[in-house]
Ligand binder design. Structure first.
Ligand code: COA
Length: 416
């Protein structure tokens, strides 16, 4: 089966998570992704949080599948020469170095564009070009704070909180992938490459869109009726942390199920969708609530929503999270068990769909990873192992026209 991105050659000058997540996605869809790494050490995540001595860490293997690895010291003249050759015949270069690193290496956008005017140059930085913080190096949690996620996540009586989801890293990588694919389509029309830049702050803020909505509503009316602070608590002039409240028009909360006293994940998320009130009452065995004026409308329920959630928890007390969801789904109520990583790793549906995949690896044995969350009718993205450091150096150099002797010479000067 041919893959849509087959024939697209990508220089993957990325490290850690944001950039690698982007190029891994493109590799799944068929692009020829060559990861350029510093000889001897490579991507820092190869060594971070290792669980097996002398084998690449899961942090690396789970973000670099389907790629080739070329070791190259791009600060040495011999290394620069190789990179220039590669640039001349590639479609895309993706990088997420600290601000100015590529320029210092001698590969500014202008220089890259001169070497290959058709090439798309895609970058992740912490802040966008020209931003007053654009000199800062940025990691995940820094981006979550800078992009508005931390100030709006957590409970109102606790500090700003970081989400476990990689809103700053992988999310930015996904934004970049969309930018690259758009630029490739643009190139088909114009014949020209372009620079694609995504900042982590912008990507986090893009996912916090509804919080900017709430800031404007708050400024206009002084309160936010879907937040737990309404109607009994106080609002300041900034969007508060709303705990586990639903962000849209339907109230929801994380509710205890059977076993919560000992199992920290014996919970479900329960949503009170306005038009589902009648089925909810039926599911809970509370038909008298259906037409009770204190319960009938969302407006009437809001002042005592936590008393309602308390009653639902009473109903849940003798049901596991899975039993509860199996009952509630029959009433068309939006809900889900709070699933652990262990449950997700062993979920037969996720295994069958290719969302959780087991990948054989030369040094680790096999490891679990998250496969493509995007499914296609004409293509099943397959996940292959991440490359060992420099595994494809000879192959890539040979394809660029280097002889065995040339490669030996490059090794002698430690350029590869
Ligand atoms: N050969 C020679 N030198 C290489 C090389 C290679 N193959 N690959 C990288 N380098 C050099 C770079 O040129 C740079 O050198 P310089 O600073 O002397 O110019 C250096 O290695 C790496 O720089 P940097 O990217 O700043 O690494 P860092 O470990 O100090 O910082 C980050 C890491 C992630 C904080 C930083 O890269 C960053 O802010 N990136 C942008 C935002 C981002 O993607 N964040 C991470 C999200 S997971």
């Amino acid at each position: 089966m041919t893959k849509p991105l087959e024939g697209i050659k990508i220089i993957d000058f990325t490290h850690v998570q944001a950039g690698p997540a982007c190029t891994q996605l493109l590799a799944w869809f068929g692009a020829d992704v060559i990861k350029v790494e510093r000889p001897g050490s490579g991507d820092v995540t190869r060594n971070q949080l290792r669980d097996i001595p002398d084998a690449d860490a899961l942090y690396f293997t789970m973000l670099n599948s389907n790629k080739k690895s070329l070791t190259l010291d791009t600060k040495k003249p011999e290394g620069k020469e190789v990179l220039e050759k590669l640039i001349r015949e590639s479609d895309v270069l993706v990088e997420n170095f600290g601000p100015g690193a590529l320029d210092r290496m001698g590969f500014s956008w202008e220089r890259l564009n001169e070497l290959n005017p058709k090439m798309i140059v895609a970058s992740v930085k912490g802040f966008s070009d020209g931003h007053h913080y654009d000199d800062l190096k940025v990691y995940e949690n820094v981006a979550q704070c800078a992009g508005g996620a931390a100030s709006t996540t957590g409970f109102w009586d606790g500090p700003p909180t970081i989400s476990a989801a990689a809103l700053g890293d992988s999310n930015t990588g996904m934004h970049l992938a969309i930018g690259i694919l758009t630029a490739l389509l643009g190139r088909d029309k114009t014949g020209k490459g372009q620079k694609v830049a995504v900042s982590m702050q912008d990507s986090v803020l893009n996912l916090c869109r509804v919080k900017l909505r709430d800031q404007q509503r708050l400024e206009r009316v002084g309160y936010l009726e879907e937040y737990p602070q309404y109607p009994h608590g106080e609002f300041s002039d900034v969007v508060p942390r709303g705990g586990n409240a639903g962000g849209g028009g339907q109230p929801g909360w994380v509710l205890k199920c059977k076993g919560w006293e000992t199992d920290p994940n014996a919970y479900i998320y329960f949503t009170i969708q306005g038009h589902a009130w009648e089925p909810i009452c039926k599911a809970l065995g509370k038909p008298e609530w259906i037409n009770d004026p204190a319960y009938k409308t969302a407006e009437a329920r809001q002042p005592h929503i936590f008393e309602i959630f308390g009653t639902i928890e009473g109903w849940l007390a003798d049901k596991t999270k899975f039993e509860a969801v199996d009952i509630l789904r029959q009433f068309d109520i939006p809900c889900a068990p709070v699933l652990t990583m262990k449950e997700l790793a062993n979920d037969p549906s996720l295994r069958a769909s290719g969302t959780i995949v087991e990948v054989p690896h030369k040094k680790r044995g096999s490891y679990l990873t998250v496969g493509s969350p995007i499914k296609f009718s004409d293509m099943k993205p397959e996940v292959t192992a991440s490359p060992l450091l420099g595994e494809h150096t000879d192959e890539v150099l040979t394809s660029l026209g280097y002889s065995k002797q040339d490669i030996f010479n490059l090794r002698e000067v430690k350029a590869v």
